[in-house]
Design a binder for this molecule. Structure first.
Ligand code: KG4
Ligand code: ZN
Length: 373
């Protein structure tokens, strides 16, 4: 009995020592789940290192409908989640003893889809007696950069461009964000998807346009950039609007179709992509310079876009700003970025209650509402 107490005390003492040396933080290991939309993703992340990451894509299931069908997404998550968890654990070669916490995306997203990952995450946390943290999906997209740039520290400006969001975010620290610019209508990814649909390119549209644009002439068509007027005159320097551009594309496509000539899809894609890339770049640079950010990070699915990467690289180089993109696999939805955010929250002592629910909408500035302390 005495020897057990001695052993326990020794372990506790050793843990305190390694914690003081910072070793414990660098070893924090999380199992993370992401099911906010159409990817069932599970990852094991140790600090900022990805031990495994599994993504079960639902593209084939949604393709016949030309977009994501929420009910189909929830069902697909149910089909794939257990296999994803088993595969992530197997690939990472970790046991539950090695895992310090469980995380799942809880907002924003499709509620039925979120509920699958969130319920799985909370159940695993309860069964294995681990702390649980709910993660805001957009915070995950911001954290994707740390997987390739583990030494990066805030402050920096993040241009977050995904299927549901287009925001300029001032990143001050874990859970500490301010929104400096956003879209007034469609998100950038949504605009890519809608324009792809009107050119009959299928789903998902963004990667299709990106692919075609590389073979097209971006000067072939002049398209409106879309500006947000201010009541006092002039235009908002950081907010974007893509509905005018989308309408212009729709009219242009209709006009060409009426002529009976085949659609010059590559030129249309290249012209559209360049217009979006230029508009986003202009706003991001203005915001960085005005607010004194010397580092710009781009995140979200549209961060994978070649045109945007090119425009941003040119403009940041001219202004002497540092530009960082996550690796392509971590731009679109994945669970490694969720795990990376979760590690920071766990290290700061943040915990979510097991009563935490899924929310279709939630401002990024309210992420700290997800934690009890
Ligand atoms: O971040 P994400 O995977 O999911 C959301 O949180 O929305 O982003 C998906 C969006 C879709 O609209 C998709 O068409 C777009 O990102 N996307 C792209 C590219 N890859 C994905 N858009 C432009 N170029 C790409 N290469
Ligand atoms: Zn996303």
């Amino acid at each position: 009995m005495e020897s057990i107490t001695f052993a326990e005390n020794l372990i506790r003492f050793l843990k305190e020592v390694v914690k003081k040396l910072g070793y414990w933080d660098s070893m924090t290991t999380v199992l993370a789940i992401e099911t906010s939309c159409d990817e069932t993703a599970v990852a094991i992340v140790r600090h900022r290192q990805v031990l495994s990451h599994v993504v079960a894509s639902q593209i084939a299931a949604h393709r016949p409908y030309g977009g994501v069908v929420p009910e189909v997404a929830s069902r697909q998550h149910l089909v794939s989640i257990n296999e994803g968890i088993a595969q992530a654990l197997e690939t990472a070669q970790v046991k539950w003893n090695d895992i310090d916490g469980v995380a799942a995306t809880c907002a924003p997203g499709l509620v039925g889809a979120l509920l699958v990952g969130l319920t799985a995450g909370k159940t695993l946390a309860m069964v294995h007696n681990k702390p649980f943290v709910g993660i805001h999906h957009l915070e995950g997209h911001i954290y994707a950069i740390y997987l390739t740039e583990p030494e990066l520290h805030p402050p920096f400006l993040c241009l977050l461009v995904s299927g549901g969001h287009t925001s300029l975010i001032g990143v001050k620290g874990c859970g500490d964000y301010c929104i400096l610019g956003q879209t007034r209508d469609d998100a950038a990814g949504e605009a890519f998807d809608k324009v792809a649909r009107l050119m009959d390119l299928g789903y998902p549209g963004g990667p299709m346009i990106d692919h075609l644009a590389q073979m097209g002439n971006s000067q072939a068509f002049h398209l409106p950039e879309g500006q947000v007027s201010l009541p006092q005159g002039g235009f908002h320097p950081y907010d974007s609007s893509f509905s005018g551009l989308k309408t212009a594309m729709s009219r242009l496509v209709d006009r060409i179709k009426q002529t009976g000539y085949p659609l010059p899809v590559a030129d249309l894609a290249a012209s559209f992509q360049m217009t979006v890339a230029k508009a986003l770049t202009k706003r991001t640079i203005a915001c960085a310079l005005d607010h004194g950010f010397s580092t710009i990070v781009v995140g979200g699915g549209v961060a994978a876009n070649h045109g945007l990467r090119q425009w941003m690289q040119g403009a940041t180089h001219e202004e002497g700003l540092r530009l960082l993109f996550p690796s392509l696999q971590f731009c679109t939805d994945n669970a490694a970025m969720i795990g990376c955010a979760a590690v920071d929250h766990l290290q700061q002592g943040h915990r979510s209650p097991l009563t935490l629910g899924a929310l279709s909408r939630m401002e990024l500035t309210r992420v700290m509402d997800l934690y009890c302390n």
